[in-house]
Design a protein around this ligand. Structure first.
Ligand SMILES: NC(=O)c1ccc[n+]([C@@H]2O[C@H](COP(=O)([O-])OP(=O)(O)OC[C@H]3O[C@@H](n4cnc5c(N)ncnc54)[C@H](O)[C@@H]3O)[C@@H](O)[C@H]2O)c1
Length: 339
């Protein structure tokens, strides 16, 4: 099988790429990634030089970048996206380009063929749930420009299946954590800040709930969908670990041995969705079993950031600093921290 992976130099995409290259040595794997500020070839170092893997720098918004690669592929797995909610709140334009127009380009590239698009969506498309769990038929009520862009991409795919009969499978994972996650997301930001002795800025009252899953469980779920999932079906992939941001912070404090004094409540994110919760029965019926218990996964993650400072320290001293200042300087100083 020829597998084209878009966005394979990012967090989840790189773990998936390594998994496929290492486990299916008879598959040919091509990664296309634009290498935005989160895309990082260091994430793929382990498979550099493998004969069944090739990396190409390219943008899914540029037809000429993707057409030759899509034409060689049997399956296209789309991880490429702008992914961070706080940046979408600052400026949504790149999100609309990649998460909507980029998806349109992929759809156009597979239209009229029997290639399969495996699209990685998100639980955020369901918006905030006061109670209960969202299954795959739950209405889409995205609450921020990131999730609205992702939901738009999803709807476009459904419309192309209805109109042109394109073949797709879709996966909606919940909040992932694990090694190689860019240190602006809650878990890696707080682990690395804790190691550096910097404050851990908690939005609002910290009572925002997410369903957390270890990245390697998500990778195995996507692999299962790629091989066993039905064409035209959507699969939620949650970890069943619903935790508040405050609970996650306390867990990180405990595991890094940092001082509780580093915890600081700051002004909330705008339009902050209160709670996400997935019903993942459908992927379980397909045979998915989680392997990583939450505490064990957190331990592995904290250890990875401890042991891989050469991966995240250069990131945190580059463009990241500018973003961090913009996002947190005023918030922290209002809360009495003059960082
Ligand atoms: N991380 C999570 O918790 C989570 C949860 C649910 C769903 N998802 C979805 O999973 C996918 C991967 O998420 P992630 O956390 O690994 O993201 P990431 O930001 O770490 O990686 C995204 C990758 O896509 C690349 N990219 C961005 N725009 C591109 C373009 N126009 N053309 C080609 N490549 C481009 C980036 O360079 C980067 O390597 C995304 O679609 C995201 O919406 C993520």
């Amino acid at each position: 099988m020829n597998v084209l992976i878009t966005g394979g130099a990012g967090f989840i995409g790189s773990h998936f790429t390594k998994f496929v290259v290492n486990n299916y040595t008879d598959y040919q794997v091509v990664v296309i990634d634009k290498l935005n500020y989160r895309g990082n070839l260091a994430n793929l170092k382990e498979i550099e030089g493998k004969t069944n893997y090739k990396f190409i720098r390219g943008d899914i918004c540029v037809k000429e970048d993707i057409l030759p690669q899509v034409s060689e592929a049997d399956v296209v797995v789309n991880f490429a996206a702008e992914t961070f909610v706080d940046r979408a709140i600052m400026d949504a334009s790149d999100f609309l380009s990649t998460d909507v127009f980029g998806v349109y380009n992929l759809l156009e590239a597979i239209r009229g063929t029997d290639k399969v698009l495996i699209h990685i969506s998100t639980d955020e498309v369901y918006g905030s749930l006061e109670e209960g769990f969202a299954d795959e038929n739950y209405p889409l009520r995205p609450g921020n420009p990131y999730s609205a862009s992702k939901a738009s991409g999803d709807l476009l795919i459904l419309s192309y299946a209805n109109t042109y009969g394109i073949r797709f499978k879709m996966v909606r994972p919940s909040n992932n954590f694990g090694p190689n996650q860019y240190p602006e997301n809650l878990v890696p930001l707080f682990i690395t800040n804790a190691i550096e002795g910097r404050p851990l800025p908690i939005y609002g009252d910290g009572q925002y709930r997410r369903d957390w899953i270890y990245v390697m469980d998500t990778v195995r779920a996507i692999d299962l969908v790629m091989h066993e999932g039905e064409i035209g079906e959507i699969y939620n992939v949650g970890g069943g670990n619903i935790r508040t941001n405050l609970e996650i912070t306390e867990e990180i404090i405990e595991r890094t041995g940092a001082s509780k004094d580093l915890m600081v409540f700051v002004d909330d994110r705008q339009g902050h969705d209160r709670r996400y919760a997935l019903d993942s029965s459908k992927i379980k019926e397909l045979g998915f079993e989680q392997r990583y218990e939450f505490g064990k996964a957190m331990e592995l993650t904290v250890n990875w950031y401890r042991e891989n400072e050469d991966w995240w320290r250069p990131i945190k001293s580059g463009e990241f600093r500018e973003y961090y200042e913009k996002q947190y300087r005023e918030r922290l100083s209002k809360a009495g921290y003059g960082e």
